[in-house]
Design a protein around this ligand. Sequence first.
Ligand code: GDP
Length: 479
Amino acid sequence: GSLTVAELAEKLNKDSSEIIKKLMSLGVMATKNQDLDADSIELICGEFNVEVEEEVVVDETDLDVYINEEDAPENLQIRPSVVTIMGHVDHGKTTLLDTIRKTKVTEGEAGGITQHIGAYQVEENGKPITFLDTPGHAAFTSMRSRGAQVTDIAIIVVAADDGVMPQTVEAINHAKAAEVPIIVAVNKMDKEGANPDRVKQELMEYELVPEEFGGETIFVHLSAVKGEGIDDLLEMIVLVSEVEEFKANPNRAATGTVIEAQLDKGRGSVATLLVQNGTLNVGDSLVVGNTFGRVRAMVNDIGRRVKTAPPSTPVEITGLSDVPEAGDRFVVFEDEKKARSVGEARQQRKIVENRGDNTKVSLDDLFEQIKQGEMKEINVIIKADVQGSAEALASSLQQIDVEGVKVKIIHKGAGAVTESDVILASASNAIVVGFNVRPEPNAKRTAETEKVDIRLHRIIYKVMEEIEAAMKGMLDPEF
Ligand code: GDP
Protein backbone atom coordinates (compact mmCIF):
# COMPACT_ATOMS: atom_id res chain seq x y z
CA GLY A 1 0.00 0.00 0.00
CA SER A 2 1.09 3.57 -0.46
CA LEU A 3 0.32 7.09 0.61
CA THR A 4 1.45 10.38 -0.85
CA VAL A 5 3.63 12.71 1.19
CA ALA A 6 0.68 15.07 1.70
CA GLU A 7 -1.60 12.26 2.84
CA LEU A 8 0.93 10.92 5.29
CA ALA A 9 1.48 14.43 6.63
CA GLU A 10 -2.24 14.79 7.23
CA LYS A 11 -2.44 11.46 9.07
CA LEU A 12 0.49 12.41 11.26
CA ASN A 13 -0.85 15.90 11.84
CA LYS A 14 2.30 17.43 10.37
CA ASP A 15 3.06 19.83 7.60
CA SER A 16 4.10 18.31 4.25
CA SER A 17 7.29 20.36 4.39
CA GLU A 18 8.29 18.64 7.64
CA ILE A 19 7.88 15.23 5.98
CA ILE A 20 9.84 16.36 2.92
CA LYS A 21 12.63 17.64 5.17
CA LYS A 22 12.78 14.34 7.06
CA LEU A 23 12.88 12.45 3.78
CA MET A 24 15.74 14.65 2.59
CA SER A 25 17.66 13.96 5.75
CA LEU A 26 17.23 10.27 4.93
CA GLY A 27 18.52 10.88 1.43
CA VAL A 28 15.17 10.74 -0.36
CA MET A 29 14.02 13.58 -2.57
CA ALA A 30 10.25 13.76 -2.69
CA THR A 31 7.48 16.11 -3.71
CA LYS A 32 4.16 16.64 -1.99
CA ASN A 33 2.19 14.40 -4.30
CA GLN A 34 4.74 11.64 -4.52
CA ASP A 35 3.69 8.15 -3.51
CA LEU A 36 5.68 6.70 -0.61
CA ASP A 37 6.29 2.99 -0.31
CA ALA A 38 5.66 1.04 2.89
CA ASP A 39 9.32 1.24 3.91
CA SER A 40 9.49 5.01 3.64
CA ILE A 41 6.20 5.39 5.51
CA GLU A 42 7.59 3.22 8.27
CA LEU A 43 10.83 5.21 8.40
CA ILE A 44 9.03 8.53 8.63
CA CYS A 45 6.62 7.29 11.29
CA GLY A 46 9.62 6.03 13.25
CA GLU A 47 11.16 9.49 13.03
CA PHE A 48 7.99 10.94 14.56
CA ASN A 49 7.76 8.17 17.15
CA VAL A 50 4.58 6.71 15.69
CA GLU A 51 4.51 2.95 15.74
CA VAL A 52 3.34 1.43 12.51
CA GLU A 53 5.56 -1.57 11.84
CA GLU A 54 2.86 -4.07 12.74
CA GLU A 55 -0.06 -2.61 10.91
CA VAL A 56 1.90 -2.04 7.74
CA VAL A 57 3.39 -5.52 7.51
CA VAL A 58 0.88 -7.76 9.29
CA ASP A 59 -1.98 -8.33 6.89
CA GLU A 60 -3.53 -10.63 9.48
CA THR A 61 -5.28 -7.51 10.70
CA ASP A 62 -7.42 -7.83 7.59
CA LEU A 63 -10.55 -9.59 8.82
CA ASP A 64 -11.38 -10.71 5.27
CA VAL A 65 -8.62 -13.29 5.58
CA TYR A 66 -10.66 -15.06 8.26
CA ILE A 67 -14.10 -14.28 6.90
CA ASN A 68 -13.31 -15.69 3.46
CA GLU A 69 -11.71 -18.84 4.81
CA GLU A 70 -13.47 -21.64 2.96
CA ASP A 71 -15.31 -24.44 4.68
CA ALA A 72 -15.10 -27.98 3.37
CA PRO A 73 -18.46 -28.82 1.74
CA GLU A 74 -19.06 -31.68 4.18
CA ASN A 75 -18.96 -29.22 7.09
CA LEU A 76 -21.67 -27.00 5.67
CA GLN A 77 -25.24 -27.17 6.94
CA ILE A 78 -28.44 -25.42 5.89
CA ARG A 79 -28.91 -22.13 7.76
CA PRO A 80 -31.93 -19.79 7.96
CA SER A 81 -32.22 -17.11 5.28
CA VAL A 82 -31.73 -13.44 6.11
CA VAL A 83 -34.40 -11.19 4.63
CA THR A 84 -34.57 -7.42 4.02
CA ILE A 85 -37.79 -5.55 3.26
CA MET A 86 -37.53 -2.72 0.75
CA GLY A 87 -39.87 -0.51 -1.25
CA HIS A 88 -41.30 2.97 -1.66
CA VAL A 89 -42.01 5.15 1.36
CA ASP A 90 -45.46 4.56 2.93
CA HIS A 91 -46.04 1.32 1.06
CA GLY A 92 -46.06 -0.54 4.38
CA LYS A 93 -42.55 -1.85 5.07
CA THR A 94 -42.54 -0.97 8.76
CA THR A 95 -46.09 -2.23 9.25
CA LEU A 96 -45.17 -5.51 7.57
CA LEU A 97 -42.11 -5.99 9.78
CA ASP A 98 -44.20 -5.27 12.87
CA THR A 99 -47.03 -7.58 11.83
CA ILE A 100 -44.69 -10.47 11.09
CA ARG A 101 -43.03 -10.03 14.44
CA LYS A 102 -46.30 -9.72 16.34
CA THR A 103 -47.99 -12.70 14.76
CA LYS A 104 -44.99 -14.99 14.78
CA VAL A 105 -42.82 -14.27 17.77
CA THR A 106 -44.26 -16.10 20.74
CA GLU A 107 -43.80 -13.60 23.49
CA GLY A 108 -43.87 -14.20 27.15
CA GLU A 109 -43.08 -17.91 27.18
CA ALA A 110 -40.52 -17.41 29.88
CA GLY A 111 -40.99 -13.73 30.47
CA GLY A 112 -39.39 -12.76 27.16
CA ILE A 113 -40.17 -9.26 25.93
CA THR A 114 -39.82 -8.35 22.29
CA GLN A 115 -36.78 -6.17 21.94
CA HIS A 116 -35.80 -4.04 19.01
CA ILE A 117 -32.23 -5.10 18.43
CA GLY A 118 -32.16 -4.44 14.68
CA ALA A 119 -33.13 -7.93 13.55
CA TYR A 120 -35.42 -10.74 14.63
CA GLN A 121 -36.14 -14.35 13.88
CA VAL A 122 -39.51 -16.04 13.30
CA GLU A 123 -40.48 -19.59 12.47
CA GLU A 124 -42.68 -20.83 9.66
CA ASN A 125 -43.51 -24.53 9.84
CA GLY A 126 -40.52 -25.05 12.10
CA LYS A 127 -38.15 -23.28 9.71
CA PRO A 128 -36.52 -20.14 11.12
CA ILE A 129 -36.28 -16.94 9.04
CA THR A 130 -34.25 -13.88 10.06
CA PHE A 131 -35.56 -10.40 9.25
CA LEU A 132 -33.44 -7.27 9.30
CA ASP A 133 -35.48 -4.67 11.11
CA THR A 134 -34.28 -1.62 9.19
CA PRO A 135 -36.44 -1.41 6.11
CA GLY A 136 -35.22 0.29 2.96
CA HIS A 137 -32.37 0.09 0.56
CA ALA A 138 -30.14 2.74 2.10
CA ALA A 139 -29.09 0.50 4.99
CA PHE A 140 -28.98 -2.52 2.69
CA THR A 141 -26.62 -0.93 0.21
CA SER A 142 -24.46 1.04 2.62
CA MET A 143 -23.60 -2.28 4.27
CA ARG A 144 -22.84 -3.73 0.90
CA SER A 145 -20.61 -0.81 -0.02
CA ARG A 146 -18.61 -1.67 3.09
CA GLY A 147 -18.16 -5.21 1.85
CA ALA A 148 -20.81 -6.86 4.01
CA GLN A 149 -23.41 -8.89 2.18
CA VAL A 150 -25.93 -9.87 4.84
CA THR A 151 -29.18 -10.20 2.91
CA ASP A 152 -30.12 -13.45 1.18
CA ILE A 153 -33.61 -12.52 -0.03
CA ALA A 154 -35.15 -9.10 -0.76
CA ILE A 155 -38.87 -8.49 -0.27
CA ILE A 156 -40.03 -5.59 -2.44
CA VAL A 157 -43.23 -4.12 -1.00
CA VAL A 158 -45.54 -2.34 -3.46
CA ALA A 159 -48.81 -0.77 -2.32
CA ALA A 160 -51.59 -2.11 -4.51
CA ASP A 161 -53.35 1.28 -4.57
CA ASP A 162 -50.25 3.24 -5.52
CA GLY A 163 -48.24 1.01 -7.82
CA VAL A 164 -44.58 1.21 -8.79
CA MET A 165 -42.96 4.42 -7.55
CA PRO A 166 -39.40 5.79 -7.87
CA GLN A 167 -38.12 4.15 -4.69
CA THR A 168 -39.66 0.86 -5.77
CA VAL A 169 -37.44 0.99 -8.83
CA GLU A 170 -34.44 1.95 -6.73
CA ALA A 171 -35.09 -0.96 -4.39
CA ILE A 172 -35.37 -3.40 -7.31
CA ASN A 173 -32.10 -2.19 -8.77
CA HIS A 174 -30.33 -2.34 -5.43
CA ALA A 175 -31.51 -5.93 -4.97
CA LYS A 176 -30.51 -6.85 -8.51
CA ALA A 177 -27.08 -5.28 -8.10
CA ALA A 178 -26.61 -7.45 -5.00
CA GLU A 179 -27.82 -10.46 -7.00
CA VAL A 180 -30.26 -11.57 -4.35
CA PRO A 181 -33.59 -13.26 -5.16
CA ILE A 182 -36.61 -10.95 -5.06
CA ILE A 183 -40.10 -11.70 -3.76
CA VAL A 184 -42.76 -9.07 -4.52
CA ALA A 185 -45.24 -8.33 -1.73
CA VAL A 186 -48.28 -6.53 -3.12
CA ASN A 187 -49.53 -4.79 0.02
CA LYS A 188 -52.65 -2.85 1.05
CA MET A 189 -54.92 -5.33 -0.72
CA ASP A 190 -57.67 -4.29 1.72
CA LYS A 191 -57.83 -0.79 0.25
CA GLU A 192 -60.51 0.28 -2.12
CA GLY A 193 -58.27 1.32 -4.98
CA ALA A 194 -56.17 -1.85 -4.77
CA ASN A 195 -55.14 -2.96 -8.24
CA PRO A 196 -52.64 -5.80 -8.08
CA ASP A 197 -52.81 -6.41 -11.84
CA ARG A 198 -51.55 -2.94 -12.52
CA VAL A 199 -48.64 -3.56 -10.13
CA LYS A 200 -47.79 -6.74 -12.05
CA GLN A 201 -47.99 -4.95 -15.39
CA GLU A 202 -45.76 -2.17 -14.15
CA LEU A 203 -43.17 -4.55 -12.72
CA MET A 204 -42.82 -6.44 -16.02
CA GLU A 205 -40.80 -3.50 -17.23
CA TYR A 206 -38.23 -4.33 -14.54
CA GLU A 207 -38.09 -8.00 -15.49
CA LEU A 208 -40.17 -9.07 -12.50
CA VAL A 209 -42.65 -11.28 -14.31
CA PRO A 210 -45.19 -13.35 -12.35
CA GLU A 211 -45.67 -17.03 -13.10
CA GLU A 212 -49.14 -16.41 -14.56
CA PHE A 213 -47.48 -14.36 -17.30
CA GLY A 214 -44.77 -16.92 -17.93
CA GLY A 215 -42.17 -15.49 -15.57
CA GLU A 216 -40.53 -16.76 -12.42
CA THR A 217 -41.03 -13.98 -9.91
CA ILE A 218 -43.03 -14.83 -6.81
CA PHE A 219 -45.83 -12.38 -6.01
CA VAL A 220 -47.73 -12.47 -2.71
CA HIS A 221 -50.87 -10.46 -1.93
CA LEU A 222 -50.92 -8.92 1.54
CA SER A 223 -52.63 -6.66 3.92
CA ALA A 224 -49.98 -5.82 6.49
CA VAL A 225 -52.46 -3.96 8.74
CA LYS A 226 -54.96 -6.80 8.72
CA GLY A 227 -52.33 -9.49 8.94
CA GLU A 228 -53.59 -11.17 5.77
CA GLY A 229 -51.22 -13.07 3.52
CA ILE A 230 -48.40 -13.10 6.08
CA ASP A 231 -48.24 -16.90 6.12
CA ASP A 232 -48.16 -17.01 2.31
CA LEU A 233 -45.23 -14.63 2.33
CA LEU A 234 -43.34 -16.62 4.95
CA GLU A 235 -44.01 -19.87 3.07
CA MET A 236 -42.61 -18.34 -0.10
CA ILE A 237 -39.51 -17.22 1.79
CA VAL A 238 -39.02 -20.77 3.04
CA LEU A 239 -39.53 -22.06 -0.51
CA VAL A 240 -36.92 -19.72 -1.97
CA SER A 241 -34.53 -20.61 0.87
CA GLU A 242 -34.92 -24.28 0.10
CA VAL A 243 -34.17 -23.72 -3.56
CA GLU A 244 -31.15 -21.52 -2.83
CA GLU A 245 -29.78 -23.74 -0.02
CA PHE A 246 -28.08 -21.09 2.08
CA LYS A 247 -25.39 -22.83 4.09
CA ALA A 248 -22.86 -22.23 6.85
CA ASN A 249 -20.56 -24.24 9.10
CA PRO A 250 -21.88 -24.03 12.67
CA ASN A 251 -18.83 -25.80 14.06
CA ARG A 252 -16.22 -23.11 13.74
CA ALA A 253 -15.33 -19.77 15.30
CA ALA A 254 -18.02 -17.22 14.43
CA THR A 255 -17.80 -14.48 11.81
CA GLY A 256 -20.50 -12.00 10.83
CA THR A 257 -21.60 -8.39 10.64
CA VAL A 258 -22.66 -5.60 13.00
CA ILE A 259 -26.32 -4.72 12.43
CA GLU A 260 -26.39 -1.80 14.85
CA ALA A 261 -24.44 -0.56 17.85
CA GLN A 262 -24.58 2.14 20.45
CA LEU A 263 -23.19 3.27 23.76
CA ASP A 264 -25.44 2.40 26.69
CA LYS A 265 -24.95 4.34 29.93
CA GLY A 266 -25.11 1.27 32.11
CA ARG A 267 -23.84 -1.49 29.88
CA GLY A 268 -21.20 0.27 27.81
CA SER A 269 -20.80 -0.69 24.17
CA VAL A 270 -23.86 -2.65 23.00
CA ALA A 271 -23.85 -4.19 19.52
CA THR A 272 -26.28 -6.36 17.58
CA LEU A 273 -24.32 -8.93 15.63
CA LEU A 274 -25.63 -11.16 12.89
CA VAL A 275 -23.73 -14.44 13.00
CA GLN A 276 -23.12 -15.43 9.38
CA ASN A 277 -20.81 -18.38 9.83
CA GLY A 278 -19.79 -20.44 12.85
CA THR A 279 -21.36 -20.24 16.29
CA LEU A 280 -20.89 -17.35 18.69
CA ASN A 281 -20.57 -18.15 22.41
CA VAL A 282 -20.55 -16.15 25.60
CA GLY A 283 -16.89 -15.71 26.55
CA ASP A 284 -15.62 -15.67 22.94
CA SER A 285 -12.84 -13.21 22.14
CA LEU A 286 -13.54 -11.23 19.03
CA VAL A 287 -12.42 -8.40 16.81
CA VAL A 288 -15.26 -6.18 15.58
CA GLY A 289 -14.40 -3.55 12.98
CA ASN A 290 -11.67 -1.52 14.61
CA THR A 291 -12.47 -2.61 18.14
CA PHE A 292 -12.32 -5.86 20.10
CA GLY A 293 -13.36 -7.53 23.34
CA ARG A 294 -14.98 -10.61 24.85
CA VAL A 295 -18.65 -11.48 24.71
CA ARG A 296 -19.74 -10.72 28.26
CA ALA A 297 -23.46 -11.27 27.82
CA MET A 298 -25.63 -12.18 24.89
CA VAL A 299 -29.35 -11.45 24.52
CA ASN A 300 -31.61 -12.61 21.70
CA ASP A 301 -34.44 -10.76 19.92
CA ILE A 302 -37.00 -11.61 22.60
CA GLY A 303 -34.80 -10.33 25.37
CA ARG A 304 -33.69 -13.70 26.61
CA ARG A 305 -30.13 -14.40 27.66
CA VAL A 306 -28.50 -17.01 25.46
CA LYS A 307 -25.14 -18.75 25.64
CA THR A 308 -24.73 -19.62 21.97
CA ALA A 309 -25.81 -18.15 18.63
CA PRO A 310 -25.67 -20.38 15.53
CA PRO A 311 -25.53 -19.07 11.91
CA SER A 312 -28.11 -16.45 10.82
CA THR A 313 -28.93 -15.58 14.45
CA PRO A 314 -29.02 -11.94 15.55
CA VAL A 315 -27.84 -11.31 19.10
CA GLU A 316 -27.11 -8.25 21.15
CA ILE A 317 -23.78 -8.45 22.92
CA THR A 318 -21.89 -6.46 25.51
CA GLY A 319 -18.19 -6.58 26.30
CA LEU A 320 -16.56 -4.63 23.45
CA SER A 321 -13.98 -2.00 24.28
CA ASP A 322 -15.49 0.54 21.88
CA VAL A 323 -18.64 1.07 19.80
CA PRO A 324 -18.36 -0.44 16.30
CA GLU A 325 -20.35 0.73 13.27
CA ALA A 326 -23.22 -0.92 11.42
CA GLY A 327 -21.69 -2.88 8.57
CA ASP A 328 -18.44 -3.64 10.43
CA ARG A 329 -17.47 -7.28 10.24
CA PHE A 330 -16.48 -9.41 13.25
CA VAL A 331 -14.27 -12.44 13.70
CA VAL A 332 -13.91 -14.66 16.77
CA PHE A 333 -10.42 -15.84 17.67
CA GLU A 334 -9.84 -19.02 19.62
CA ASP A 335 -7.14 -17.32 21.54
CA GLU A 336 -7.79 -14.12 23.45
CA LYS A 337 -4.25 -12.82 23.00
CA LYS A 338 -4.60 -13.10 19.25
CA ALA A 339 -7.90 -11.20 19.28
CA ARG A 340 -6.29 -8.50 21.37
CA SER A 341 -3.26 -8.12 19.12
CA VAL A 342 -5.30 -8.08 15.90
CA GLY A 343 -7.79 -5.70 17.51
CA GLU A 344 -5.11 -3.32 18.68
CA ALA A 345 -3.34 -3.45 15.33
CA ARG A 346 -6.59 -2.56 13.61
CA GLN A 347 -7.16 0.31 16.00
CA GLN A 348 -3.75 1.70 15.26
CA ARG A 349 -4.15 1.15 11.57
CA LYS A 350 -6.73 3.88 11.69
CA ILE A 351 -3.78 6.23 12.20
CA VAL A 352 -2.03 5.22 9.02
CA GLU A 353 -4.85 3.92 6.88
CA ASN A 354 -3.82 1.94 3.88
CA ARG A 355 -5.01 3.73 0.81
CA GLY A 356 -4.06 0.82 -1.41
CA ASP A 357 -7.25 -1.15 -1.74
CA ASN A 358 -9.31 1.47 -3.47
CA THR A 359 -11.15 -0.68 -5.97
CA LYS A 360 -13.69 1.88 -7.10
CA VAL A 361 -13.74 2.55 -10.84
CA SER A 362 -13.21 5.90 -12.39
CA LEU A 363 -13.31 6.58 -16.09
CA ASP A 364 -9.61 7.33 -15.94
CA ASP A 365 -8.60 3.86 -14.83
CA LEU A 366 -11.27 1.99 -16.76
CA PHE A 367 -9.00 1.17 -19.66
CA GLU A 368 -6.32 -0.23 -17.34
CA GLN A 369 -8.83 -2.61 -15.79
CA ILE A 370 -10.22 -3.62 -19.18
CA LYS A 371 -6.71 -4.22 -20.47
CA GLN A 372 -5.86 -6.39 -17.51
CA GLY A 373 -8.98 -8.41 -18.22
CA GLU A 374 -10.45 -7.45 -14.86
CA MET A 375 -13.54 -5.96 -16.37
CA LYS A 376 -16.09 -7.43 -18.73
CA GLU A 377 -18.91 -5.07 -17.86
CA ILE A 378 -18.92 -1.44 -16.91
CA ASN A 379 -21.62 -0.68 -14.38
CA VAL A 380 -23.35 2.64 -14.96
CA ILE A 381 -26.05 4.50 -13.03
CA ILE A 382 -27.97 7.08 -15.04
CA LYS A 383 -29.89 9.99 -13.57
CA ALA A 384 -31.61 12.35 -16.01
CA ASP A 385 -34.02 15.29 -15.94
CA VAL A 386 -36.79 13.15 -17.42
CA GLN A 387 -37.36 9.40 -17.55
CA GLY A 388 -37.36 9.48 -21.37
CA SER A 389 -33.79 10.78 -21.55
CA ALA A 390 -32.64 8.21 -19.00
CA GLU A 391 -34.13 5.45 -21.19
CA ALA A 392 -32.64 6.85 -24.38
CA LEU A 393 -29.22 7.24 -22.82
CA ALA A 394 -29.36 3.75 -21.34
CA SER A 395 -30.15 2.09 -24.64
CA SER A 396 -27.45 4.09 -26.45
CA LEU A 397 -24.82 3.18 -23.87
CA GLN A 398 -25.76 -0.48 -23.98
CA GLN A 399 -24.91 -0.54 -27.66
CA ILE A 400 -21.30 0.35 -27.04
CA ASP A 401 -19.12 -2.72 -27.29
CA VAL A 402 -15.38 -2.42 -27.12
CA GLU A 403 -13.60 -5.75 -27.44
CA GLY A 404 -16.39 -7.67 -25.74
CA VAL A 405 -16.64 -5.23 -22.84
CA LYS A 406 -20.18 -3.92 -22.42
CA VAL A 407 -22.01 -1.26 -20.49
CA LYS A 408 -24.43 -2.57 -17.87
CA ILE A 409 -27.06 -0.16 -16.55
CA ILE A 410 -27.65 -1.02 -12.93
CA HIS A 411 -30.04 1.82 -12.20
CA LYS A 412 -31.70 4.60 -14.16
CA GLY A 413 -34.19 7.22 -13.16
CA ALA A 414 -35.33 10.82 -13.26
CA GLY A 415 -34.11 13.40 -10.77
CA ALA A 416 -30.91 14.68 -9.18
CA VAL A 417 -28.04 12.35 -8.34
CA THR A 418 -28.78 11.35 -4.74
CA GLU A 419 -26.65 9.91 -1.98
CA SER A 420 -28.46 6.61 -2.46
CA ASP A 421 -27.27 6.55 -6.11
CA VAL A 422 -23.71 7.16 -4.96
CA ILE A 423 -23.86 4.43 -2.32
CA LEU A 424 -25.23 2.00 -4.89
CA ALA A 425 -22.42 3.02 -7.25
CA SER A 426 -19.89 2.48 -4.51
CA ALA A 427 -21.26 -0.96 -3.68
CA SER A 428 -21.34 -1.96 -7.33
CA ASN A 429 -18.19 -0.27 -8.62
CA ALA A 430 -20.29 1.85 -10.93
CA ILE A 431 -19.91 5.21 -12.62
CA VAL A 432 -22.74 7.71 -12.19
CA VAL A 433 -23.83 9.72 -15.23
CA GLY A 434 -25.91 12.82 -14.55
CA PHE A 435 -27.74 14.00 -17.64
CA ASN A 436 -29.10 17.55 -17.35
CA VAL A 437 -29.08 17.10 -13.57
CA ARG A 438 -26.69 17.88 -10.76
CA PRO A 439 -25.73 15.89 -7.69
CA GLU A 440 -27.33 16.83 -4.37
CA PRO A 441 -24.78 18.31 -1.93
CA ASN A 442 -24.62 15.20 0.27
CA ALA A 443 -24.32 13.02 -2.84
CA LYS A 444 -21.31 15.07 -3.87
CA ARG A 445 -19.72 14.72 -0.46
CA THR A 446 -20.29 10.98 -0.33
CA ALA A 447 -18.92 10.62 -3.86
CA GLU A 448 -15.71 12.23 -2.68
CA THR A 449 -15.25 9.99 0.33
CA GLU A 450 -16.37 6.85 -1.50
CA LYS A 451 -14.32 7.77 -4.58
CA VAL A 452 -17.26 7.44 -6.93
CA ASP A 453 -16.94 9.06 -10.36
CA ILE A 454 -19.90 11.30 -11.25
CA ARG A 455 -19.91 12.56 -14.86
CA LEU A 456 -22.26 15.41 -15.73
CA HIS A 457 -23.42 15.96 -19.31
CA ARG A 458 -26.03 17.73 -21.41
CA ILE A 459 -25.70 15.91 -24.75
CA ILE A 460 -26.22 12.15 -25.17
CA TYR A 461 -23.62 11.97 -27.87
CA LYS A 462 -21.02 13.41 -25.49
CA VAL A 463 -21.72 10.79 -22.84
CA MET A 464 -21.32 7.99 -25.37
CA GLU A 465 -18.18 9.52 -26.76
CA GLU A 466 -16.66 9.85 -23.33
CA ILE A 467 -17.45 6.32 -22.17
CA GLU A 468 -16.35 4.79 -25.43
CA ALA A 469 -13.10 6.76 -25.33
CA ALA A 470 -12.47 5.61 -21.77
CA MET A 471 -13.05 2.00 -22.76
CA LYS A 472 -10.55 2.37 -25.58
CA GLY A 473 -8.03 4.06 -23.34
CA MET A 474 -8.27 7.28 -25.31
CA LEU A 475 -9.79 9.51 -22.69
CA ASP A 476 -8.83 13.10 -23.22
CA PRO A 477 -6.44 13.90 -20.37
CA GLU A 478 -8.24 17.16 -19.67
CA PHE A 479 -11.13 15.25 -18.08
P1 GDP B 1 -43.20 2.44 5.19
O1 GDP B 1 -42.88 3.89 5.00
O2 GDP B 1 -43.06 1.67 3.92
O3 GDP B 1 -42.50 1.80 6.35
O4 GDP B 1 -44.81 2.40 5.48
P2 GDP B 1 -45.59 2.21 6.86
O5 GDP B 1 -45.49 0.81 7.33
O6 GDP B 1 -45.16 3.28 7.80
O7 GDP B 1 -47.08 2.44 6.38
C1 GDP B 1 -47.52 3.68 5.85
C2 GDP B 1 -49.01 3.83 6.08
O8 GDP B 1 -49.71 2.81 5.37
C3 GDP B 1 -49.39 3.67 7.53
O9 GDP B 1 -50.40 4.59 7.83
C4 GDP B 1 -49.93 2.26 7.62
O10 GDP B 1 -50.90 2.09 8.62
C5 GDP B 1 -50.53 2.09 6.23
N1 GDP B 1 -50.56 0.68 5.81
C6 GDP B 1 -49.54 -0.20 5.83
N2 GDP B 1 -49.94 -1.41 5.39
C7 GDP B 1 -51.24 -1.29 5.08
C8 GDP B 1 -52.24 -2.19 4.60
O11 GDP B 1 -52.00 -3.38 4.34
N3 GDP B 1 -53.49 -1.68 4.41
C9 GDP B 1 -53.80 -0.40 4.68
N4 GDP B 1 -55.04 0.00 4.45
N5 GDP B 1 -52.90 0.48 5.14
C10 GDP B 1 -51.63 0.05 5.35
